[in-house]
Design a binder for this molecule. Structure first.
Ligand code: HEC
Ligand code: HEC
Length: 377
C-alpha cells in the first residue's frame, strides 16, 4: 500500500471512529448506587455484519431522514431506559414488562397489563429487526410514522405507562446515573425528550436477529428453496410449503419475513378493530394490519393483533382452512373470488410449524447486552 493511503486511513480512523470513553471508577459507583450494572466499556451494538443473504435480498434500513446512527453508548442509555420502571407513573412498568427478551421482546399474555392494571387493546409486538422495516411505520395499524415517534407513545399512554414527558425529564434529571449515561451518549448531560426518543430508538434498532438455524442453512445454499443441509426432513418440507404451495413469502418476504403494507388476512367477516382503517378513515383499509416479521415468531405467542391464536398450529390452521371472506381480503389469500383453502394434511401443517420454529435466534435471546441491567427488577 502506498504511504499516502496509509496516512489517509489513519486520518480516516481518527475522524470517523468516535472516542469510546469507558466509565470512570466514580461513575461506576454512581450507577451502582442506582442499582444499575453496566460494564465499564459499553457492549458492541453498532458494529456487526449481516449475513450475505440479507444483502442479496436488498434488505434496507428504514430511513426517514432523521435516524441517528447507533452508537454503543447511545444504545446502552436506551437499554437502561427500556428496563427502567421510572418510565411509568407509579414506577411499576417498564418497556420490558411488555417486551420480554425471552419472548422475542413481546408479551406472553394476550393483552398486556399497564401501570394501573388496565389491559392494552392489542397484543404486544416482537421487536426483532424493527431497524430493517424499510417503511419505518410502527404499531399494528402503523400509526407511528417512525421509531422516534413510536417510543414516546407508550410512556404517555393512559393505560400503558401514564407519564408526561415533562415528568419523565424531571425524574431522569433527579437520577445521578442518567447524567453519567447522557454524558457518555451525547457528550453533555442535558436530558431532553429528543435524546430520550433517540436513545430508546437506538436500543430497539440494535435488536437484530440474524443467527437463527434458518440463517445457518440459508448461508449454505443458493436460493431459499434449496433444501438446507442443517434442517431435518420435516423442517425442509415446511420450508418448501412456506416458499411454495403456501406462498407465505408473498407477504412474509425477504430474510426478515415482512411486507411493506398492512394487509387483511380474513380473520373475521366483521372486524371489531379496524386497524389501518380506523387510522385512515378509509373503508378500503378496514381489517388491515401490519405484516409482522416472523423472526423469533415461535416465542411471540399468542398471535395476531388481538392475540387470538395461542399457538403456531392454530395460525397454520387459519391459513389452511379458516380464512373468512371480507371485501378487503388480500387477493393472495383468495382463489376464484373466495377465501383460499390450502388443503395441507396434518403432516404438512406440522412441518410448516417446524419450519417457523427454525426462525428462533438463540444468540439474540440470551445476549447479555439486551438483558435487564437493573439489580432489583
Ligand atoms: C403495557 C404494555 C406495553 C408497554 C409498557 C410498552 N409497550 Fe410497546 N407495545 C405494546 C403493545 C400492546 C403494542 C402494539 C400496540 C398497537 O399496535 O396498537 C406495542 C408495540 C410496540 C412497538 C411497535 C413494533 C412494530 O413492529 O410496529 C414498539 C417499537 C414498541 N412497542 C416499543 C416499546 C417501547 C420502546 C416501550 C417503552 C418506552 C414500550 N413499547 C412499552 C405494549 C407495551
Ligand atoms: C396477504 C399477506 C399474507 C400472507 C400471504 C400470509 N401472511 Fe401471515 N400475516 C399477515 C398479516 C397482515 C398478519 C397480521 C394480521 C393481524 O394481526 O391481523 C400475519 C400474521 C402472521 C403470523 C402471526 C405473527 C404474530 O406475531 O402474531 C404468523 C405466524 C404468520 N402470519 C404466518 C404465515 C404463514 C405460515 C403463511 C403462509 C401459510 C402466511 N403467514 C401468509 C400477512 C400474510
Amino acid at each position: 500500500m502506498k504511504r499516502r493511503n496509509i496516512i489517509g486511513l489513519l486520518l480516516l480512523g481518527t475522524a470517523c471512529t468516535p472516542v469510546v470513553e469507558s466509565l470512570q471508577q466514580e461513575e461506576v459507583l454512581v450507577l451502582e448506587q442506582e442499582g444499575l450494572n453496566l460494564p465499564e466499556a459499553p457492549y458492541n451494538y453498532s458494529d456487526y455484519t449481516l449475513p450475505r443473504h440479507f444483502n442479496a435480498n436488498d434488505v434496507q434500513e428504514a430511513d426517514n431522514g432523521d435516524n441517528a446512527p447507533i452508537s454503543d453508548w447511545g444504545a446502552t442509555l436506551g437499554r437502561a431506559l427500556f428496563y427502567d420502571t421510572e418510565l411509568s407513573q407509579n414506577r411499576t412498568i417498564s418497556c420490558a414488562s411488555c417486551h420480554q427478551q425471552s419472548a422475542g421482546f413481546s408479551d406472553p399474555a394476550r393483552f398486556s397489563v399497564g401501570f394501573e392494571g388496565g389491559l392494552t387493546a392489542r397484543n404486544s409486538m416482537g421487536l426483532s429487526n424493527a431497524r430493517y422495516y424499510e417503511r419505518g411505520h410502527f404499531f399494528w395499524d402503523e400509526r407511528a410514522e417512525d421509531l422516534e415517534e413510536q417510543v414516546l407513545m407508550p410512556i404517555q399512554d393512559g393505560i400503558e405507562m401514564g407519564l408526561t414527558l415533562a415528568e419523565l425529564v424531571d425524574r431522569l434529571e433527579a437520577d445521578a446515573s442518567y447524567s453519567v449515561l447522557f454524558e457518555h451518549a451525547y457528550g453533555s448531560s442535558d436530558i431532553t425528550t429528543a435524546r430520550i426518543a433517540d436513545a430508546l430508538s437506538q436500543f430497539v434498532r440494535s435488536i437484530v436477529s440474524y443467527q437463527a438455524p434458518y440463517d445457518e442453512g440459508r448461508a449454505q445454499v443458493q436460493r431459499p428453496n434449496d433444501p438446507f443441509p442443517n434442517y431435518t426432513q420435516e423442517q425442509n418440507l415446511g420450508k418448501s410449503i412456506f416458499f411454495g404451495r403456501g406462498r407465505c413469502d408473498n407477504c412474509h418476504d425477504t430474510d426478515l419475513f415482512i411486507m411493506e403494507r398492512p394487509r387483511n388476512i380474513g380473520l373475521n367477516m366483521v372486524y371489531a378493530d379496524q386497524g389501518l382503517g380506523a387510522v385512515t378513515g378509509d373503508a378500503d383499509d378496514n381489517g388491515k394490519f401490519k405484516v409482522p416479521s416472523l423472526r423469533n415468531v415461535a416465542l411471540t405467542a399468542p398471535y395476531m393483533h388481538d392475540g387470538r391464536f395461542a399457538s403456531l398450529a392454530e395460525v397454520v390452521n387459519h391459513y389452511n382452512s379458516g380464512i373468512q371472506p371480507h371485501p378487503n381480503l388480500d387477493n393472495q389469500l383468495e382463489q376464484n373470488g373466495r377465501p383460499r383453502r390450502l388443503n395441507l394434511d396434518q403432516q404438512e401443517r406440522r412441518a410448516l410449524v417446524a419450519f417457523l420454529e427454525t426462525l428462533t435466534d438463540p444468540v439474540l435471546l440470551e445476549d447479555e447486552k439486551f438483558s435487564d441491567p437493573f439489580e432489583d427488577n
